[in-house]
Design a protein around this ligand. Structure first.
Ligand code: ATP
Ligand code: MG
Length: 473
C-alpha cells in the first residue's frame, strides 16, 4: 500500500477488495482518508468510490462482516453507508460525472469513470485515490499532483478554480477551512478566484456556511481562517459585525489597537488553552460591542465604555443570523462577553473580599472559563506587560480560591428565595420581591450579614418595611 494503514484498516480494506472483485467492480479508497494518511494525521471515516453500483457494493461488503452491519443508503444519490468494527464508518459512492448550470445549485449527474469522479472533487489533495483492485492493489492514483501539493502545503483546485467555485461556492469556505485545519496556503490563482466570486456564497445555506465556520474555529489556530475570510472579502458577506472591528483610528496623534487583529490573537490564545468551541465563540465576540461604543475623549484618548454590555446584547442577533443554537450555549457566550472585563478590574490593589465574592457569584460554574478568556485577552506586544498582567491574574485566582474555600460562593444560592418572600408577605410577583431578594443577596455577598437563614430572614423583615410590607405568616 502506498499509504500506511493499521492492521484493522488493512483487514477491512481487504474485505472491500474481495467484495468488489466478486461483483467485478473497479473500487478505490478516496478523499480525506487518503489525504490524512499521507499527512500522518488521524483518520476517522473512509470514503470508497466504485465504478458502478455503490449500493450493491456496500451490500456485498456488509455480507463479509459478522455480525452483518446495516446498510443505510440513498437510492436517489446512489450512496450507501455501513459502520463496521465498533465505529469505523465507510461511505460508498458510485463514480460520477457532474455538470453544473450557472443558475442551479444541483448538477446533472451521470455515471462516470474514476477520473471523472476525481475531476469533480474540490481540491487536488482531496482527489487522491488508492486502488483496491487486484491488478494494482494499494497504488496511489494522483492525476492532479495532489501529493506534491501536500508536500508544498498547498490548496489548489483540480480544474480552473473559477469553474470549481462557481459550480459549488461552498468550496470557497472549504478551501479556507482546510487551509486552517492543515496550516496550508491557498494557491494564488485559487485565492484570486475566491476573491472574484465571493458573492456566489449567497446561494449557499447558512447552516453549511456556519458548519465550516465552526470547523475553522475548532482548528488549532483559527486566526488563519478568519484572516483569509477577511482578506478575500467573504467575511464581509457572512459576518459583517466582525469586519466592523477592523482598523485603528488616530486622533491628535493618539491611536487605539486594531480590534480585528486583537480579536484574532485572543481567539488563538484561547484555542491554545481550551477546546471548548463556545468559549472560542466568546473570544470571537468579546469585543464585538467596541465599534458601537467607540468615543474620543479629550485628555483620555479612545474609550469603549460599556462595550461589554452592548456586545452582550448583540450576541443573540449574531447567533440567530449565523444559525447558531439559541439555547444555553448562547447564554453562556453572552455571559462571557458581559463579564470579560471583571477579573481585570480585580487586579488592582486593595480589592475587597466582597468584590471577589461578587465575581465568584456572577461567574458561578463558568468561573474557570471566564478566567481563561481574560488571560487570553492579554495581547500586548510588550512581553513584560504580558507577564505583569498574567502575574496579576495569578493573584486574582489565588484570592478567588481563598474566598471560595471559606464562603463557597460559586454554587451558592441565597437562603431566601423569591417564592419564600411572596409567601411571607402574601404578595404576587412584583418589583418589591426582586428588590428584597437582591438586597438579601447583596448584604450577604458584601459581608453585612452572615450567610444564614435566620440572619437573612431578619434582614428581609427590615427591608420589607421600606415597601410597607408586613408578614402574613
Ligand atoms: P473531513 O471529513 O476531515 O472534513 P474530508 O476531505 O473527508 O475531510 P468530506 O466533507 O468528508 O471531507 O468529503 C469527503 C470527500 O468528498 C472530500 O475529500 C472531497 O474529495 C469530496 N467533497 C466533499 N465535499 C465536496 C464539495 N463540496 N465539492 C467537491 N468535492 C467535495
Ligand atoms: Mg470526511
Amino acid at each position: 500500500m502506498d499509504i500506511k494503514c493499521s492492521e484493522k484498516e488493512l483487514f477491512i480494506f481487504n474485505k472491500i477488495a474481495r467484495a468488489a472483485e466478486s461483483l467485478g467492480l473497479e473500487t478505490y479508497l478516496i478523499g480525506g482518508f487518503v489525504r490524512d494518511k499521507l499527512l500522518g494525521r488521524e483518520t476517522k471515516d473512509a470514503d470508497i468510490v466504485c465504478v458502478g453500483d455503490a449500493i450493491a457494493l456496500a451490500t456485498e461488503v456488509a455480507g463479509h462482516f459478522l455480525p452483518r452491519p446495516t446498510v443505510s443508503y440513498f437510492k436517489n444519490f446512489g450512496t450507501a453507508h455501513i459502520r463496521v468494527d465498533d465505529g469505523f464508518d465507510i461511505e460508498f459512492v458510485g463514480a460520477r460525472k457532474e455538470s453544473y448550470h450557472y443558475h442551479s445549485r444541483n448538477p446533472d449527474v451521470v455515471p462516470g469513470t474514476l477520473e471523472d469522479d476525481q475531476l469533480r472533487r474540490d481540491f487536488s489533495i482531496n482527489a487522491l485515490a488508492i486502488s483496491l483492485n487486484i491488478k494494482d492493489y494499494g497504488r496511489l492514483i494522483d492525476p492532479f499532483n495532489g501529493r506534491e501539493d501536500l508536500s508544498a502545503k498547498m490548496i489548489r483546485t483540480p480544474l480552473d478554480p473559477l469553474q470549481t467555485f462557481s459550480d459549488d461556492p461552498l468550496r470557497m469556505m472549504r478551501a479556507i477551512r482546510f487551509a486552517t485545519q492543515l496550516d496550508f496556503s491557498i494557491h494564488p490563482v485559487t485565492l484570486q478566484a475566491i476573491k472574484q466570486d465571493i458573492n456566489r456564497i449567497k446561494i449557499i445555506s447558512q447552516e453549511r456556511i456556519t458548519d465550516e465556520l465552526n470547523k475553522i474555529l475548532a482548528a488549532p489556530k483559527p486566526s488563519i481562517g478568519f484572516d483569509l475570510l477577511y482578506q478575500c472579502g467573504l467575511l464581509h458577506i457572512i459576518f459583517p459585525q466582525m469586519v466592523d472591528l477592523e482598523g485603528a483610528e488616530y486622533k491628535d496623534g493618539v491611536g487605539h489597537k486594531d480590534n480585528f487583529y486583537h480579536t484574532l490573537q485572543v481567539v488563538d490564545n484561547l484555542a491554545a488553552r481550551s477546546e471548548d468551541i463556545w468559549l472560542r465563540w466568546a473570544a470571537v465576540l468579546h469585543d464585538i460591542g467596541k465599534p458601537a461604543t467607540k468615543r474620543f475623549e479629550e485628555g483620555h484618548g479612545w474609550t469603549f465604555h460599556g462595550h461589554e454590555v452592548v456586545g452582550g446584547r448583540m450576541v443573540p442577533g449574531i447567533f440567530a443570523r449565523l444559525k447558531l443554537p439559541l439555547n444555553e450555549k448562547m447564554r453562556f457566550v453572552r455571559k462571557m462577553v458581559e463579564l470579560h472585563l471583571r477579573p481585570i478590574s480585580l487586579t488592582k490593589e486593595n480589592i475587597t473580599d466582597s468584590a471577589i465574592r461578587r465575581l465568584l457569584y456572577d461567574a458561578g460554574g463558568d468561573y474557570e472559563s471566564l478566567m481563561q478568556l481574560c488571560e487570553a485577552d492579554i495581547t500586548s506586544k510588550n512581553k513584560w506587560k504580558v507577564k505583569r498582567f498574567l502575574d496579576n491574574f495569578r493573584m486574582v485566582r489565588q484570592r478567588c480560591a481563598e474566598v471560595e474555600e471559606n464562603d463557597r460562593i460559586r454554587n451558592w444560592q441565597p437562603p431566601i428565595t423569591g417564592e419564600m418572600i411572596m409567601q411571607t408577605f402574601g404578595i404576587k410577583p412584583s418589583r418589591p420581591v426582586g428588590e428584597i431578594k437582591n438586597a438579601i443577596r447583596d448584604a450577604i455577598l458584601d459581608g453585612h450579614i452572615p450567610n444564614t437563614y435566620d440572619a437573612a430572614y431578619a434582614f428581609m423583615l427590615e427591608k420589607a418595611k421600606e415597601f410597607k410590607l408586613e408578614p402574613v405568616i
